[in-house]
Design a protein around this ligand. Structure first.
Ligand code: PGA
Length: 244
């Protein structure tokens, strides 16, 4: 499967940050994998204009098409701008905004109906792993956060152990392999052959120095990258590793 290197800029960047995209394109002119950058909402138009060949995504959307939802953004509006994907259910949104898996599923339905690829994030907390519950927590989130109707184009799963996000601590290849294999099996149980076409990304302190080892793990179809996606040189190293 062609890998996806996706950058999650979170609440970072400023007007002018789209210059990073030209630097990235210069560093890896023919990526050999799909590349996506998800900046904050206000930067999306400039990123779209600056990024031929690089997909631009958002970091959230609402579950409704339109209406009285102050401060929210609809999937339809994002799609109309030219956005191709949206990150949903990131652990920071689950923690900061109390997002439940049921809400994430509703947002995923809206994103898919608007023609976007939903990148649905799942991942256990450190206490879940310490209690031997990593697989069961992730399986429950996968089941509850993903609605019916998945295809290889409209759904991407991102496994991001919460304890590895922004901490510099990366899950081991064995830990990643165990969760990705279980997630693949769950997707196949749920969606049949389509479940084999859904990409499963790993996220959590991915950097140029560990990307190749992570991408070599079975059923790792790319990465969702936070901190290391902010600098063109670092992200270029990950993109190059994804092309493998
Ligand atoms: P990180 O973030 O690469 O900075 O650990 C990953 C993410 O939260 O998507």
């Amino acid at each position: 499967m062609r890998k996806l290197a996706a950058g999650n800029w979170k609440m970072n960047g400023a007007p002018g940050s789209e210059a990073m995209l030209a630097d990235l394109a210069a560093a890896v002119p023919q990526p050999g994998c799909d590349v996506l950058i998800c900046p904050p909402f206000p930067l999306i138009p400039a990123f779209l204009a600056a990024a031929p060949g690089i997909g631009i995504g958002a970091q959230d959307c609402h579950w409704a098409d339109a209406g009285a939802h102050t401060g929210d953004v609809s999937a339809h509006l994002l799609a109309a701008l030219g956005v191709s994907a949206v990150i949903l259910g990131h652990s920071e949104r689950r923690a900061d905004h109390g997002e439940t898996s049921a809400l994430v599923a509703a947002k995923t339905t809206a994103a898919q109906a608007a023609g976007l690829t939903a990148i649905v994030c799942i991942g256990e907390r450190e206490e879940d792993r310490d209690a031997g519950q990593a697989l069961s927590v992730v399986d429950r989130q996968l089941w509850d956060s993903v609605p019916e109707g998945a295809t290889g184009e409209n759904l991407v799963i991102a496994y991001e152990p919460v304890w590895a996000i922004g901490t510099g601590r990366t899950a081991t290849a064995a830990q990643i392999g165990e969760v990705h294999a279980a997630s693949r099996a769950a997707l196949v149980t749920r969606f049949g052959a389509v479940g084999r076409t859904v990409r499963i990304l790993y996220g959590g302190s991915v950097k140029p120095s560990n990307a190749a080892e992570i991408f070599a793990v079975d059923d790792v179809d790319g990465a969702l990258v936070g901190g290391a996606s902010l600098k063109a040189a670092d992200f270029a190293g990950i993109v190059a590793a994804a092309a493998g």
